[in-house]
Design a protein around this ligand. Structure first.
Ligand SMILES: Nc1ncnc2c1ncn2[C@@H]1O[C@H](COP(=O)(O)OP(=O)(O)O)[C@@H](O)[C@H]1O
Ligand SMILES: [Mg+2]
Length: 342
């Protein structure tokens, strides 16, 4: 298998680890997906890296025509990527939409329809990377249905189709998941061994591995943040606070919610235990919306892309039912709370 090269802070690294995820991908590639697969996971856990590696595998090992879109990609050329076989169709469709890049998800779907029409019994893969924010969170369900329609009512027969969507927008999870249109899977940060492999790519001077693991909990995004910040943990935490405006978001909570939040820093499962209380529900929604915690329940491997997190790891902020997206996400909240109580 060819492993892709990825940008990582200022480095280029090879796609590492995720062996189980890649095996799962091969299984999906053998039969296609039904219904649409939606993969949730903490921001920065590696969903984009996985989908981009998936693109190459689906093309090179399974002969799929792949259409990949990441509407929020930083680099223009990563917003829409495709197998060379569909180049002409892409050109056509880009010409049909007056402002194609503002409607890139529709563009990608339209390309997929035309690919099915043009080729005889093709294998088609549609990889939709973090599209819900781009289409509008309120339209996440509608798009899930549109993608299911592609599978169920193709314009012509296909041999196989695989539709994979990723999202870090936890607030869409319940709405999208209540339909038969999707199968929800979760992806977690990297396993300790996999993460160590990535850590080895990082040049010295660096913090020792044990400390890095405790700070990141295996989040490649946090590792790259630390690297960019010259290992000044403070800066990474501050970036988290500023980028999601945590001060204002948390200080607007009432005393009761603040109290629960303090408890949740010690043990995120308190949110589950007290979910019958309305302030706790509101607090949970806020923490999910701000990408601070994620809901997880079963560790049955069946529900997971790659390997599930440990059953509980209080040090990393992982409870049985809820988890902090990384130890530094939790630290950001802790910092805001302690500043406000001074
Ligand atoms: N398996 C991996 N091997 C190497 N680098 C990875 C891997 N997974 C993620 N990364 C890198 O870590 C950073 C965050 O990952 P990304 O895929 O952007 O996360 P997400 O899409 O879940 O927000 C990126 O720089 C990405 O290239
Ligand atoms: Mg991403």
């Amino acid at each position: 298998m060819r492993r892709i090269r990825l940008s990582f802070a200022d480095l280029k690294v090879e796609f590492v680890d995720r062996d189980r995820a890649l095996k799962q991908l091969s299984e999906l590639a053998e039969k296609g997906t039904y219904p649409v697969y939606v993969i949730y996971g903490p921001e920065g856990c590696g969903k984009t890296a996985f989908l981009r590696q998936a693109k190459v595998i689906l093309e090179e090992e399974f002969g799929y025509h792949v259409i990949y879109t990441n509407p929020l990609a930083e680099r223009f050329e990563e917003i829409l990527e495709f197998t060379p076989s569909v180049k002409d169709i892409v050109k056509e469709v880009l010409g049909v939409f007056p402002e194609p890049y503002s409607k890139i998800v529709d563009v990608a779907i339209s390309i997929a329809y035309r690919v099915i029409k043009k080729f005889s019994r093709p294998r088609v893969a549609v990889l939709m990377d973090d599209i819900f924010q781009a289409v509008g969170l309120d339209k996440a369900e509608a798009y899930a249905k549109t993608l299911l329609n592609l599978i169920e009512y193709p314009p012509r027969e296909y041999e196989r189709i695989a539709v994979l969507v990723t999202s870090s927008e936890g607030i869409t999870w319940e709405r999208v998941g209540r339909h038969r249109w999707v199968t929800i899977r979760i992806m977690w940060n990297m396993s300790r061994n996999g993460f160590e492999e990535l850590y080895r790519f990082v040049p010295d001077p660096k913090l020792d591995f044990e400390t890095t693991w405790r700070l990141t909990g295996g989040s490649p995004m946090i590792l790259s943040g630390l690297l960019r910040a010259g290992w000044r943990v403070e800066h990474v935490v501050n970036d988290l606070i500023v980028s999601r405006n945590l001060e204002e978001a948390l200080l607007r909570l009432n005393d009761e919610s603040l109290e629960i939040l303090r408890e949740a820093i010690e043990d995120p499962d308190v949110i589950f235990e007290r979910l019958a209380e309305e302030p706790v529900q509101r607090l949970r929604d806020k923490l999910i919306e701000k990408n601070l915690i994620i809901r997880i329940w079963d560790r049955d491997e069946y529900f997971w892309i790659d390997v599930p997190p440990p059953e509980r790891d209080p040090g990393l902020g992982i409870g049985k039912r809820y988890a902090w997206q990384s130890p530094l996400h939790r630290e950001a909240v802790r910092r805001v709370l302690s500043a406000s109580s001074k």
